[in-house]
Write a protein that binds this ligand. Structure first.
Ligand code: HEC
Ligand code: HEC
Length: 217
C-alpha cells in the first residue's frame, strides 16, 4: 500500500502540469516583458508571438543562455534599457541549457497563420555591392541599424536593432515579409515603411541574410 502511494506521488510530480514543460514560458513569466499574443498591450521587450516565423532556432537557444544587447537605445516601451544595461550587462533572464532548449521549442510553435513563404535566389557579388550602397546611401537603413562595412567593422545607428548577426538570427522569409508589410507584426513600429519594388525588397532581404558575426573583424 505504501508503495502505491509512493508511485502516486511520483506520478503526480512527473505529470502534474505545473512541472511539465508544456508551459515553461508561463512558468518563467516571460510574458511580464514580452507579448505572447497580438491582443495584449505593448510591453518592454520585443514581441514573441510570431517568434517561430522570425528567429532561427539555434540562435534562440544560444541567446536564452547568453543574452546579448541588440537594441542599444532600448525598445519603444523601455527606452532606458541602455542605462540599466550598462550597469549590469546581462540583466536579461539567463536560462540553463535544458530550459533554453524547451523554451526554444515552445517559441518555434508561435507563428502567424498564412504568412507567405518567400524564396530568393543567392546574390551575385555585384548585387551585394549595389545593395550595400543602397542600404547605406539611397535608403539610409544604416542610420538606424548597425551592419558591417567592407572591412568587417560594425557601423551604423542604434535606434533600430543591430543587424550585424541578422543572417544567423532571422529567417529569410520573415525579413522579406517585414520589409513588405511591418504592420502585420506591429502597429507601433518606429521604422519607416518603404515603398520598395519586389526586386529591391528581395535583394535587401538576401543582403541582410549575408550579415553574420563570423564576418566581424
Ligand atoms: C524584465 C523584462 C524581461 C523579461 C522578464 C524577459 N525578457 Fe526577454 N527581453 C527583454 C528586453 C528588454 C529585450 C531586448 C533586449 C535587446 O534587444 O537588447 C529582450 C529580448 C529577448 C529576446 C531576443 C528577441 C529579439 O528580437 O532580439 C528573446 C528571444 C527573449 N527576450 C526571450 C525571453 C524569454 C524566453 C523570457 C522568459 C524566460 C524573457 N525573454 C524574459 C526583456 C525581458
Ligand atoms: C528611422 C530608423 C530606421 C530606419 C531608417 C530603418 N529602420 Fe529598420 N527598424 C527600425 C526599428 C526601430 C526596428 C525595430 C522594430 C520597430 O520598432 O518597429 C526596425 C526593424 C528592422 C528589422 C527587423 C529586425 C528585428 O530584429 O526585429 C529589419 C530586418 C529592418 N529594420 C531592416 C531595415 C532596412 C532594410 C532598412 C532600410 C531600407 C531599415 N530597416 C531602415 C528602425 C529603422
Amino acid at each position: 500500500m505504501k508503495k502505491f502511494y509512493h508511485l502516486l506521488i511520483i506520478g503526480w510530480v512527473l505529470y502534474s502540469p505545473k512541472f511539465s514543460h508544456a508551459s515553461l514560458i508561463e512558468e518563467k513569466n516571460c510574458s511580464a516583458c514580452h507579448r505572447l499574443s497580438k491582443v495584449e498591450k505593448e510591453k518592454k521587450g520585443p514581441d514573441l508571438f510570431y517568434a517561430g516565423n522570425k528567429y532561427q532556432d539555434t540562435w534562440l537557444e544560444e541567446y536564452l543562455q547568453n543574452p546579448v544587447t541588440l537594441r542599444k537605445a532600448g525598445t519603444i516601451n523601455n527606452p532606458d534599457f541602455l542605462k540599466r544595461e550598462l550597469q549590469n550587462p546581462q540583466q536579461h533572464p539567463i536560462l540553463n541549457k535544458n530550459d533554453a532548449l524547451n523554451i526554444t521549442q515552445e517559441l518555434m510553435l508561435m507563428t502567424l497563420p498564412g504568412l507567405p513563404e518567400e524564396k530568393i535566389n543567392p546574390l551575385t557579388k555585384g548585387q551585394i555591392a549595389k545593395t550595400k550602397y543602397e542600404f547605406e546611401r539611397t535608403f539610409s537603413c544604416i542610420s538606424c541599424h548597425q551592419s558591417l562595412n567592407l572591412a568587417g567593422k560594425p557601423r551604423g545607428g542604434i535606434s533600430g536593432p543591430s543587424l550585424v548577426n541578422a543572417g544567423n538570427r532571422l529567417k529569410e522569409s520573415w525579413v522579406a515579409n517585414w520589409l513588405k508589410n511591418p504592420k502585420i507584426f506591429s502597429n507601433k513600429s518606429r521604422m519607416p515603411v518603404y515603398k520598395m519594388n519586389n526586386e529591391t525588397r528581395l535583394r535587401f532581404t538576401k543582403f541582410i541574410m549575408t550579415l553574420k558575426k563570423e564576418n566581424l573583424r
